[in-house]
Design a binder for this molecule. Structure first.
Ligand code: ZN
Length: 312
């Protein structure tokens, strides 16, 4: 199955204040910061990566924190929910933890046979903690406050909201190898059989929904996982054959990327497993130092001065 899409690689969203973002994801949610770098297209901005110990694809949530950015609005043509897989009996722990930390949350609910807890990060980004009905043996990153009985194991799913699901569904099934498995109301569940985890894409059909507006607290893109660059280039051909535009291969230092906008409006990326986050710092130090791509290393002093200070 190595030549297939192996689920979600990472999800990237937009935040405001960098420190607030860091504190929420590392302290409240208990993720590991696995890389502290800059936006390669805008080196005056951080790019934060959070994940499990090694930043395994399928666990990686990334942010561009743009201080003072206006809030966006989730809507049609966007990834609107990020689902994390958590242990079955952990939702009460999380609900209490969110109350203690004044995090906005909804009552625990049921959907497609799974219990879940929706909450908002400090920028208003919607996430769900889902007691997954699919076996999930991934080892979580743990902290003194969030142990293995509760810690997130990585992604369960991403939800895309669409005026019509059909064009997006055909990309998922015809190109990316996903299969329609379940439906509840206007939510259609697609799964790739090529991965046991991070394998779900839910499409929500909402014809009356206003189009989303990019900004703080919204998702920027969804990256799908490919084993290596050879597989990636095979998918590039398939996207081109569908008549869609797709970028050339771009080196993101920790993976190689291709980007294309699916017809429903969501920016998709295809990202490789190689080389991973230990390419420029050892495993035990991931995320502890500002790492820059080689093209910006000569500007390090200026970049460090322009970035907000981060207390970690
Ligand atoms: Zn990306």
């Amino acid at each position: 199955m190595i030549s297939n899409i192996q689920g979600i690689h990472h999800i990237t969203a937009i935040a405001g204040n960098a420190q607030r973002n860091y504190d929420f994801y590392t302290r409240v949610l208990g993720l590991r910061m696995v890389k502290r770098t800059v936006n390669f297209d805008d080196p005056g901005t951080y790019h934060f990566y959070y994940g499990n110990e090694t930043g395994t694809p399928g666990t990686i949530l990334t942010f561009f924190p743009w201080e003072g950015i206006a809030s966006g609005r989730a809507g049609a043509g966007m990834a609107t929910e990020i689902g994390y897989s958590v242990p079955a009996d952990s939702l009460e722990f999380w609900a209490q933890r969110f109350r203690d930390n004044k995090i906005q949350q909804d009552p625990v609910a049921q959907r497609l046979g799974e219990t879940y807890l929706s909450f908002r990060d400090p920028d208003g980004l919607k996430l769900d903690l889902i007691a997954s009905k699919y076996p999930d043996g991934r080892q979580p990153w743990t902290t003194p406050q969030v142990d293995a009985d509760a810690a997130t194991k990585g992604f369960h799913s991403v939800t895309l909201t669409l005026k019509s699901i059909k064009p997006t569904a055909s990309i998922l099934t015809d190109i990316l190898g996903y299969e329609l498995r379940e439906q509840e109301g206007n939510r259609y569940r697609y799964i790739t059989p090529a991965s046991p985890t991070a394998s779900v894409v839910d499409l929500v059909e909402a014809p009356q929904e206003a189009r989303g507006l990019s900004g703080g607290g919204t998702n920027h893109h969804v990256a799908f996982r490919v084993a290596n660059e050879a597989v990636q280039m095979e998918f590039r051909e398939k996207v081109l054959q569908k008549g869609l535009h797709i970028t050339p291969k771009i080196n993101r230092d920790y993976f190689f990327s291709l980007y294309f906008r699916e017809p429903g409006g969501v920016l998709f990326e295809l990202a490789t497993d190689n080389p991973g986050f230990t390419v420029d710092e050892p495993l035990d130090q991931l995320g502890t130092h500002l790492k820059l791509p080689v093209q910006y290393e000569a500007m390090r002093a200026d970049i460090e001065k322009s970035l907000p200070a981060l207390n970690s």
